[in-house]
Design a protein around this ligand. Structure first.
Ligand code: SOE
Length: 390
């Protein structure tokens, strides 16, 4: 306990890359902006290169450094393990952490495939440890507001769900693959390409807003067939990840969906969009302009009907009362702070905070179906029951 009576939650962070930074920032900020019983303490950072780990520890305020995640998990002074390493390491670390009785948080996608994800979800369920996957876009205020609008019946029966995630950073054939940051281009480390890295975000957002996806029909493509290796730029190897992925979906609620993700959409950096068309209205949102939610209501008087743009910064809007004054925006990093704030609240109430590992398993099941469908060139079922409590 601290002097002000907060329960200290000792964090053991594994990974010091982009996500290690995004999560560390959330641990440092959350207590300043949200009233919570728990106060995170940055107890240890773990990374393979001890020197780089020390530099990271100094910058972010971690108390100690480890270079072996197994040792970190054995430590009695660690309550929570946060996994921010490449996808091919999530399974082993998460299962070991759960078996050691630690709270486990994992960066997305949860696993390399649904088989791994299922065993991870079982491990946290058997160990009865709180768990969460950092699909952070569920916590954009405008996305949460969309869910409220849908739940209040304001757009009525949904006909269409449309999602994109467009980037352009791998168009040059000179971009190397493998190693720091660029492991996302290496199939052995990432498992897949944009389908795992970007479309899983959109699947998670869709499951949150529009419910389960029953079946999918997909295609994938790889435009740059060979790339130099980051570890040895004089060598090139075959690219085995998907550069672009698109699929049609049938949702359990009867609506149809289209999903597209690519790293070859010149001019787009992180254009994650969603559009939902219902009988009574529609919603449209874009991550690159994350405070603006576009809403059309067919119930408006005919002469006034038109798309309205809601600036989602009022205290009445999700999370915004915790920040500044209306009109003063927040950004990408806040979605991680919101995720953590909700998770810490869940520790107080004992209620699961979503997406849990079991929720992320559902996303992984859809993702597996997408890849299966693309290979088999046919529709694939994506609604297999996980048999786990969500
Ligand atoms: C890839 O460029 C990436 O950083 C993803 O790995 C993140 O999950 C996404 O939120 C932004 O893009």
């Amino acid at each position: 306990m601290t002097r002000v009576g907060k329960r200290i939650l000792n964090i053991g962070m594994i990974g010091r890359g982009f996500m290690g930074r995004a999560h560390s920032n959330a641990y440092r900020q959350v207590s300043q902006f949200f009233e919570l019983d728990h106060r995170p303490c940055l107890q240890a950072i773990c990374a393979r290169d001890p020197e780089k780990a020390r530099v990271f520890a100094d910058k972010w305020g971690y108390q100690s450094v480890e270079d072996d995640w197994r040792r970190l998990i054995e430590r009695k002074d660690i309550d929570l393990i946060d996994i921010c390493t490449p996808n091919n390491t999530h399974f082993e670390i998460a299962v070991a952490a759960a078996q050691a009785g630690k709270i486990v948080l994992c960066e997305k996608p949860l696993a390399m495939n649904a088989g791994e994800a299922r065993r991870m979800a079982q491990a946290v369920q058997e160990a009865k440890v709180p768990n969460l996957v950092w699909f952070n876009y569920r916590r954009v205020p405008a996305v949460v507001l969309s869910r409220r609008i849908i739940d209040e019946g304001l757009i009525g029966r949904v006909f269409h769900y449309r999602a994109t995630f467009l980037q352009d950073w791998t168009i040059s054939a000179d971009v190397p693959m493998g190693g720091d940051a660029l492991w996302r281009l290496d199939k052995d480390a990432a498992g897949s390409g944009v389908s795992g890295d970007l479309i899983t975000h959109n699947i998670d957002t869709a499951l949150y807003l529009n419910g389960p996806i029953d079946s999918v029909c997909a295609m994938v493509d790889t435009f740059v067939k060979e790339r130099p290796l980051q570890s040895d730029p004089s060598r090139t190897e075959q690219v085995r990840i998907d550069d672009a992925c698109a699929f049609l979906a049938r949702f359990a609620n009867g609506s149809t969906g289209t999903f597209e993700a690519t790293r070859y959409a010149r001019g787009h950096k992180a254009r994650k969009t969603l559009e939902i068309n219902g009988e009574l209205g529609s919603l449209w949102w874009d991550l690159e302009d994350l405070h603006q939610l576009h809403y059309f209501s067919h119930r408006d008087p005919a002469s006034l009907r038109g798309w309205r743009t809601i600036l989602v910064t009022n205290p009445e809007h999700p999370y915004m009362a915790n920040w500044w004054v209306p009109g003063c925006n927040i950004g990408y990093e806040h979605t991680f702070i919101h995720t953590l704030a909700d998770f810490l609240k869940g520790l107080e109430t004992g209620e699961a905070v979503h997406p849990t590992f079991a929720d992320a398993l559902q996303t992984q099941i859809v993702h597996d179906a997408v890849l299966r469908s693309a290979v088999q060139k046919t529709w694939a079922q994506s609604s297999e029951s996980s048999g786990l409590t969500l």
